[in-house]
Design a protein around this ligand. Structure first.
Ligand code: ATP
Length: 434
């Protein structure tokens, strides 16, 4: 997979009516938005796209720089919507939702939208969106929708130090490169579809869907502008695209998209599949578990079968907790490892018969991070994650009072004590099928 875009393949199989049917492709450009504006001013039709392999003067909002090395995907679409100038801001949500859906559905990533114009994966910015317009009074002559996606970029190597902790790429998240032409087509097709629905059916429907990805809603945020900052609880995004806050003194406030940036104030925990064994070992040292070298080797061999069955909890990029899971069933603990009769019986009772399930083995969190609600966040994540992988249910064995309390609160079925490798643990089960 190369960072070079194969121009002949860009429109191959493209299923759009107008978007990308006229395409201006460049190996390098200052800013795709600037060139799109020039073309629009000369009369280019709606749906015309400017795509570049690299931008030398990529821009974000407020004239901030958008780092645009080769390997990313940078394109701008010319639009001529029949909407008022004050509504153009809604296009940012249209694009944000289209990008979020593609990254979620095509690549299975944990995507979030951040008000107003960012798409994040695992809490880090993967895509920026910039809308600009040309108007005569309230009439929109044209709008330009620019999208920059960090695709085949090695963030650790190619990004400046200050962005390494806040930016990510498809390559970093997936551990592989993606086909840029296919990504381009998928984004353009979804963008056209969402844009047309927006024009036909209105903004509310799209906004509702955008909000399903909006991880910041319900959290403490800080809205920063040149004039100062405002802290509060992010309650909603209303039908004008304004952020609805409850300020610390209890007053309500609507904040309009403008010269403002949103910062999440919550301590942010991300749940990530796998990590380097060296880093995991350092985490085990801090936890003080699996102290014997033999035990660690066993664990390492187990994880090697699929590093995917280790989930680490990262806070500001430091591993603070972990969980291990594997596929299991009522008859075998793991493949080829039969269960004791007593075990089998207890599990059948708990599950209501013979079943396959995912067994959550252990959930560990560093002492200093306990009692902050991270456990419950993990269970929320884990259940959704397993559901998305198509598993039928989760069995979890617990003895810690905090874990028992979480499972009870989340409605797990209780199965009393079950003996696992000679140790009595309390068994819980959550069916995932509706
Ligand atoms: P903020 O992210 O500060 O809330 P914003 O969402 O309005 O602001 P944009 O104007 O869309 O941000 O993007 C510019 C900012 O994004 C830059 O100031 C920089 O912090 C960051 N940035 C620049 N290039 C990239 C990139 N390729 N990937 C991720 N983040 C980037």
């Amino acid at each position: 997979m190369s960072a070079k875009i194969n121009v002949d393949r860009l429109q191959e199989g493209l299923c759009t009516k107008r978007f990308g049917r006229r395409l201006c492709f460049l190996r390098e450009v200052g800013s795709t938005n600037d060139l799109a504006k020039e073309l629009a001013a000369k009369g280019a039709v709606e749906g015309t796209v400017v795509l570049a392999e690299k931008q030398t003067a990529g821009r974000g909002r407020l004239d901030r720089e958008w780092i645009s090395p080769k390997g990313g995907l940078y394109f701008s679409v010319i639009l001529r919507p029949n909407i008022g100038a004050s509504e153009v801001v809604k296009l940012v949500f249209v694009a944000g939702f289209a990008v979020a859906e593609v990254l979620d559905e095509v690549y299975g990533l944990r995507v979030e939208t951040k008000w107003p114009n960012d798409v994040l994966v695992n809490g880090k910015k993967i895509c920026g969106i910039l809308s600009e317009m040309n108007t005569s009074g309230e009439k929109v002559n044209y709008a330009i929708l620019g999208v920059g996606v960090n695709a085949n970029i090695n963030i650790g190597k190619e990004f400046p130090e200050e962005l390494k902790a806040i930016a990510t790429s498809l390559e970093s998240e997936l551990g592989r490169k993606v086909g840029l032409e296919g990504l381009f087509r998928a984004l353009l097709e979804r963008l056209e579809e969402v844009y047309e629905r927006f024009l036909k059916e209105g903004f509310v429907l799209i906004l509702e869907k955008w909000k399903r990805y909006a991880g910041f809603l319900g959290g403490q945020v800080e809205v920063v502008s040149e004039a100062g900052s405002l802290c509060g609880l992010a309650l909603d995004v209303d039908d004008d695209g304004a952020l609805v806050l409850r300020l610390e003194d209890g007053a309500g406030k609507r904040v309009f998209v403008g010269d403002l940036s949103l910062r999440m104030k919550n301590e942010f925990i991300r749940f990530v599949e796998g990590c380097e064994f060296g880093e995991f070992k350092r985490h085990l040292d801090r936890l003080g578990v699996y102290k014997e070298e033999g035990e660690r080797e066993k664990l390492r061999a187990f994880l090697r079968n699929g590093l995917f069955n280790l989930i680490v909890w990262r806070k500001n990029d430091e591993v603070v907790g972990h969980a291990i899971w594997h596929e299991s069933n009522t008859e075998e603990h793991r493949e080829g490892d039969p269960r004791e009769e007593e075990d089998r019986e207890a599990l059948r009772k708990l599950l209501g018969g013979k079943e396959d399930f995912v067994e959550l083995h252990e959930v560990w969190l560093l002492e200093e991070h306990r009692g902050k609600g991270y456990g419950e966040k993990f269970f929320e994540f884990f259940e959704e994650y397993m559901r998305s992988k198509g598993y039928d249910g989760i069995v979890f064995y617990a003895h810690h009072p905090a874990a028992l309390a979480i499972c009870r609160k989340r409605g797990y079925r209780e199965g009393g004590f079950i003996h696992i490798e000679g140790v009595a643990e309390y068994g819980f089960y959550l069916p995932l099928r509706k």
